[in-house]
Write a protein that binds this ligand. Structure first.
Ligand code: ARG
Length: 466
């Protein structure tokens, strides 16, 4: 590497120490920004040509050279050097090696400070497009499962105790709504990234007439960042993304936990496909929901990445400081994690086998229609607090006598309240309980169907994102 010169090396006599080299190098991870770095450099070169800083021949040499470098990197033919610290200097140094002085002109009116801010914004925008597709696929898959299993009724829980019967679809759709909210947060983070930092130089602006409006247009940004110091020092758009990823992680984790519970022998509500479960190296019978557990476990790093960058930013003076280089690993890690988790969860939902027989059986636990019975008495004119007491006494009676709540004969019911009639037996049935829900947003079939339509409409109208 010794023959390569640091592009900033002019005023230095002594080489950096090994520890300093190791600390400052970021090429191990920022090489993934090569496409964005090259896109930015192409636009910058075109702008320099418009402003008369590069002649047509120089522009052509730069654009061609960058094209060659892009191909070399894509095909694994590029030798990255940690000595050249980061992606910017690796590419610039190779360009100069290839085309000579024209390459040495590319960095006119630009600093690595506005360059890196640009690269990361472009990268975040590219990746949010991919993540958006992953999230849309997940919500579609959940909604399709809800549609398919609309007849399946299961126990709904509070405090992880059986509470009231609900449609399995209704339970699934609760997650679809969570992920739709996450989509809104993702779009907001992408919007925050759509300001153009390029053309601001190191911090103060540049000593050349440039055309930031041309750069904005060329690179597809919504707006030009109006303050050159803010342009190079701002990382809020990354925080917005990391917050989105952290909240998404919370939702992935909650759903992962339910998949773990439901696929246990105790619940037995579903069976996850082989492709998303693992065996045990010692217990031959085991089928473990490791992937669902990892949806839960990966949340730790998603939270950590957000806190990590918040901590880096806190207390930084204006404008650029090298601390800001620490923005990339948390961002890249959250992007990779979120993409994998979304794909895995989508696959799990699409391929799971629903054990509706097991769900139905559990409906007969823990007096799941006690509330329906209390409301039955209200219909017969009894105040709710009194009917609550009457049904409470009935539950106690069943617990003590061992009698089955769901098949209590009307004579027994009448001993607790004369208001009970022959029609009470139907109200005790848990499978029809969801249809007794009359409120909007409830678990009744009509309301669940409305939700399915509403989720699909939201997906259609939000299209490919704002
Ligand atoms: N690799 C650096 C980063 O990621 C690029 C900017 C370096 N600028 C500087 N003046 N040292 O932030």
């Amino acid at each position: 590497m010794a023959e390569k010169k640091k592009p900033w090396g002019g005023r230095f006599t002594d080489a950096a120490s090994r520890a300093a080299e190791r600390l400052s190098a970021s090429i191990q991870y920022d090489s993934r920004l090569y496409r964005q770095d090259i896109r930015g450099s192409r636009a910058h070169a075109r702008m320099l040509h418009r402003m008369g800083i590069l002649d047509a021949g120089e522009l052509e040499a730069i654009v061609d050279g960058l094209g060659t470098i892009e191909r070399e990197i894509r095909e694994g033919d590029f030798e990255f050097s940690p000595y050249l610290e980061d992606i910017h200097m690796n590419i610039e140094s190779r360009l100069t090696e290839m085309i000579g002085d024209a390459g040495r002109k590319l960095h006119t009116a630009r600093s690595r400070n506005d360059q890196i801010a640009l690269d990361v914004r472009l990268y975040l925008l590219d990746e949010s497009g991919v993540i958006r597709k992953g999230m849309t696929a997940l919500v579609e898959t959940i909604t399709a499962a809800a549609d398919r299993h609309i007849e399946v009724v299961m126990p709904g829980y509070t405090h992880l105790q059986i509470a009231q019967p609900v449609r399995f679809s209704h339970h699934l759709l609760a997650y679809a709504w969570m992920f739709l909210r996450d989509l809104t947060r993702l779009d907001a983070a992408a919007d925050a990234a759509r300001g153009l930092p390029l053309g601001c130089g190191a911090l103060a602006g540049v000593n050349y007439e440039n055309d930031r409006e041309f750069l904005r247009e060329e690179l597809g940004f919504d707006r030009v960042i109006p303050n050159s110091m803010d342009a190079v020092a701002d990382r809020d758009y990354i925080l917005d993304f990391l917050y989105f990823a952290a909240v998404l992680g919370t939702h992935l984790s909650r759903m992962g936990e339910e998949l773990v519970l439901w696929s246990s022998a105790e619940f037995g509500y579903l069976r996850l496909a082989d492709a998303v479960t693992t065996g045990s190296s010692i217990m031959p019978q085991k089928r473990n929901p490791d992937i669902a557990e990892l949806l839960r476990g990966k949340t730790g790093r998603l939270y950590g990445n957000m806190v990590s960058l918040m901590t880096v930013l806190k207390g930084l003076p204006m404008a650029y400081n090298r601390d800001l280089q620490e923005d990339k690993e948390p961002l890249f890690d959250s992007i990779d994690t979120v993409k994998d988790c979304l794909e895995a969860l989508t696959e799990m939902i699409a391929t799971m086998t629903v054990r509706d027989d097991r769900m139905r059986r559990s409906l007969y636990d823990n007096f799941s229609t006690a509330t329906d019975l209390a409301d039955y008495l209200v219909m017969k004119g009894i105040p709710f607090r009194s009917s609550h007491e009457i049904v409470g006494a009935l539950v106690k009676h069943c617990e003590e006598s061992g009698e089955d709540f769901f098949t209590l004969p009307v004579e027994t019911l009448k001993r607790f309240s004369p208001a009970f009639g022959d029609d009470a037996a139907g109200v005790l049935r848990p499978d029809t309980s969801p249809e007794r829900k009359l409120s909007s947003g409830s678990t009744s079939k009509g309301e669940v169907k409305k939700q399915i339509a509403a989720v699909r409409e939201r997906l259609r109208s939000s299209g490919t994102g704002g």
